[in-house]
Design a protein around this ligand. Structure first.
Ligand code: FE2
Length: 336
């Protein structure tokens, strides 16, 4: 273990080397310094370890049977899930060509054989310090969620809206058959899609009466502002298009870009159907909450007008119907 700015830092190092003696030596050296060490006898096992557990740094031998150190390094650096993990390649002292190839594969550091323990520990610590800072940036995601929830609390009538939206969008996306990555993005977007409202003054956001054209302009800026707020987060790559396009309409009459049909990302089309239903079935100072059949009837007419994706709406109706049937079954079973 080592300290940085009064903070205890630990890390898991993956050592991949086909020589047992090398693996044991590195394991002993790093474990003695408080690092958790995972070892792999070849490139494929190393990639497997990276898929199964959280690794903070990879120490790779260049020449290994199966996938070489270069191939493993290249795969780590081309995968969005692992590319921030520092990779150190161990090469022979005079092998300039090996270093060049390592640079091309995206290696962060090189160590020359025979390994110098002092140099090795210094480099591992320095790279882990850097990794720690990157991890802290990723934790900014948590801050964004808190900000989104505090914006929601400005308007007491939308209480619980973000969580409902996230849960229902994920349920609908699962039913439609979206991939795991898109579903994760949708869950995040459900919470943060309106984060851009942070820039809208209360006088406009909470105005009970009708809005002027200038006030509408301010309201319509929130998807772009939201996208800008979340842009620095790499883990939000797939969330950004959902934030930006959650107010587009299927016929192109929405905002901010006026794109239409399937150009609107499917995740955004799912989120907007769930969002509209939630807005219609929630009470506001100027309107009462509509019942589920009333809300679905209005949405049906909006689908006919060309606003929402008819196929997504059809799946949504089916989901609502199934949920209603579940409630009836539960009420029946409990004798209510
Ligand atoms: Fe919005």
């Amino acid at each position: 273990m080592f300290y940085q700015s009064h903070q205890l830092v630990t890390g898991t190092v993956l050592v991949a080397d086909d020589e047992v003696a090398n693996r044991e030596l590195l394991e002993e050296l790093l474990s003695a310094q408080g690092f958790t060490v995972v070892t792999a006898p070849d490139g494929n096992s190393a990639l497997n370890e990276l898929r199964c557990r959280r690794i903070d740094l990879v120490l790779l031998d260049v020449m290994m049977p199966g996938s070489t150190g270069y191939t493993v390094c290249q795969q780590i650096k081309s995968n969005p899930e692992t590319y921030l993990i520092p990779v150190v390649l161990a090469t022979a002292l005079s092998d300039k060509q090996a270093r060049l190839e390592g640079i091309r594969a995206g290696a962060d550091e090189f160590l020359t054989r025979p390994l110098d323990p002092v140099e090795l520990l210094a480099r591992v610590r320095s790279l882990l310090r850097l990794k720690l800072r990157t991890d802290e940036l990723e934790r900014a995601e948590t801050v964004l969620f808190s900000l989104a929830r505090s914006i929601e609390s400005r308007d007491p009538y939308t209480h619980g809206h973000c969580e409902r939206l996230a849960d229902e969008s994920v349920a609908l996306a699962t039913q439609i058959g979206l991939g795991e990555e898109e579903i994760t993005a949708l869950r995040r977007a459900g919470v943060v899609h309106d984060i851009g409202k942070v820039a809208i003054p209360d006088a406009i956001l909470l105005k009970p009466g009708p809005l002027s054209e200038d006030e509408w302009k301010v309201i319509r800026s929130h998807p772009v502002t939201g996208e800008r707020i979340c842009q620095p987060l790499k883990s939000f790559r797939l969330v950004l298009p959902i934030i930006r396009h959650h107010h587009e309409k299927y016929d192109g009459s929405g905002y901010p870009d006026g794109i239409k049909g399937e150009s609107i990302p499917i995740a955004a089309r799912i989120l907007q159907v769930v969002d509209v239903f939630d807005a219609l079935t929630t009470a506001r100072p100027y309107k009462k909450a509509l019942s589920t059949p009333e809300a679905l009837q209005i949405m049906k007419s909006e689908v006919e007008k060309g606003w929402w994706d008819a196929k997504v709406f059809e799946q949504f109706e089916r989901m609502i119907g199934a949920a209603k049937a579940q409630v009836l079954i539960r009420s029946h079973a409990s004798g209510i």
